[in-house]
Design a protein around this ligand. Structure first.
Ligand SMILES: [Zn+2]
Length: 287
């Protein structure tokens, strides 16, 4: 089944490539720049592509970025982090008989990240689904929440902004934007050794067939991918070593939500995910 590419109400106005995003932001006089994008791929033995981190080409140092608690530059909701879902692109499999609203699975993924409370006080707070475009890349208003769940975008958007071939193998992508100073250098106002995250933007690939009831041979479990992407939204990178076994199967060790490929339905956090969480949010301040 070939899915038609439905652009609905947005266009590729202005920017036409990953590298064009920062030129656009500079031209707008913004104090925010795209730092990197992280992708995840499907387990597929015919296609050995795995998730990657793509750094913007104007970055001199390839540091990761972390959220700064109560950062006034992004109108932070105190020490909470907020997310919002773009209602228009929330339906998975749009226009097909198996269409469903992806909001519940996205919410469930954040609920799961919210369940780790070992010493951490971070609360991730949902804002009501919006009709307004929350995408910085697609000329919307990205300041509706810290983490914009842009939703299911046609594969052509992945080809344009993530890279050639990505419409066929990238399930989702998280874009990380950071604050820059007057000289154009990324800031680190709390001296934690990481650039300061300004906002995050998460896309899901509408060219795949999605499900809300667990991975199958042909369907991708949305909650599994959302849990992974929203791990990136919280600042976690990929984890685990990918190898090919003697009988030509892909193997990843140790298993983790943050593995660069999706091996199957994974809606709970594993040991390494909890350790990563603790390393970044173990000392996050209470509200
Ligand atoms: Zn990833």
């Amino acid at each position: 089944m070939t899915k038609t590419k439905d652009l609905r109400q947005i266009s590729l106005e202005g920017v036409s490539s990953f590298d064009g995003i920062n030129t656009m932001l500079k031209d707008k006089g913004s104090n925010i720049r795209l730092a990197y994008a992280e992708t995840v791929t499907k387990k597929d033995n015919n296609n050995r592509a795995s998730g990657q981190t793509i750094f913007a080409n104007d970055r001199t140092k390839q540091l990761t970025a972390h959220w700064v608690p109560n950062d006034s530059r992004r109108n932070a909701d105190g020490n909470n982090l907020t997310y919002i879902v773009w209602d228009i692109f929330a339906p998975a499999n749009f226009g097909f008989t198996n269409q469903f609203d992806g909001t519940a699975a996205i919410d469930a993924s954040f609920d799961t990240w919210n369940t780790i409370k070992t010493n951490a006080k971070l609360e991730i707070v949902k804002r009501s689904n919006t009709q307004s475009n929350p995408s910085f890349i697609l000329s919307g208003n990205p300041f509706l929440a810290d983490i914009s769940q842009v939703g299911f975008l046609p594969g052509i958007f992945f080809e344009t902004y993530v890279g050639s071939g990505s419409s066929n193998n990238v399930l989702g992508v998280t874009f990380t934007f950071v604050f820059i100073d007057e000289d154009g250098n990324p800031t680190d106002i709390n001296n934690d050794g990481a650039d300061d995250t300004a906002l995050k933007e998460v896309w899901y690939n509408d060219d795949f067939t999605w499900t809300d009831s667990g991975n199958t041979a042909t369907e991708i479990d949305l909650e599994t991918v959302a849990l992974h992407e929203n791990g990136h939204a919280l600042g976690f990178g990929h984890f685990g070593k990918i190898s090919v076994t003697k009988n030509n199967k892909l193997h990843v060790s140790p298993r983790s939500v943050m593995n660069a490929i999706i091996l199957g339905t994974q809606r709970t956090l594993l040991g390494t995910d909890q350790a990563s969480y603790k390393s970044i949010y173990g000392n996050w301040p209470a509200n």
